[in-house]
Design a protein around this ligand. Structure first.
Ligand code: SAM
Length: 162
């Protein structure tokens, strides 16, 4: 499989999983958290498809397309090792949807990072809430759920708090 195939599969899977998570949480009132703004493509998709939700974006350094840059009040700037615990104090266990795309090209680093932040993400999710991640996460109490048919196995992971 070429790098282009892998990239396309990742993009298709992100969109399918975010849309599926949006449908599964449509009656929930808690905020949506976007972890990793990057270019802002997935943030833009979340904003377009969930215009009535409160969206907060966690990012250490904003470098997004101007069309895809969050408002100041939506931005939670800093390293997620610090901002996720602070978010628990601010929001409690109320997030309806958390999407994480924090990794780079080094798969071993991504996996180590996912292990580090899993215990910081887990307590933020409300009962019935959905977590979508580009990397496998390591949760104690969230259950992994099947991907929608359009997504490619291994390119995204979905979890729910029962
Ligand atoms: N989903 C985005 C998009 O569609 O454009 C791409 C996100 S990009 C792959 C990953 C982002 O995560 C980068 O902007 C990086 O700065 C951010 N990031 C990585 N580690 C972080 C950390 N420890 N704290 C906060 N942000 C981090």
């Amino acid at each position: 499989m070429s790098r282009l195939d892998i990239f396309i599969n990742r993009m298709v899977s992100q969109r399918a999983c975010i849309d599926h998570a949006a449908a599964l949480t449509q009656t929930m009132t808690g905020p949506v958290f976007e972890l990793g703004l990057g270019n802002g493509r997935t943030f833009h998709h979340i904003r377009e498809t969930m215009p009535d939700r409160d969206i907060f974006v966690f990012e250490r350094a904003v470098a997004s397309n101007p069309d895809s840059t969050p408002e100041d009040h939506q931005l939670i700037l800093g390293d997620v090792h610090e901002t996720l615990p602070a978010a628990l104090t601010r929001f409690g266990a109320n997030a309806a949807l958390i999407h994480a795309d924090l990794g780079g090209h080094n798969l071993a680093k991504n996996d180590a990072f996912a292990r580090e932040i899993s215990p910081l993400v887990e307590p933020l999710l409300a009962v019935g809430g959905i977590m979508v991640s580009s990397d496998r996460m390591y949760f104690d109490n969230l259950i992994e759920i099947p991907l929608p048919p359009e997504a490619v196995e291994g390119r995204c992971f979905m979890y729910r708090r029962e």
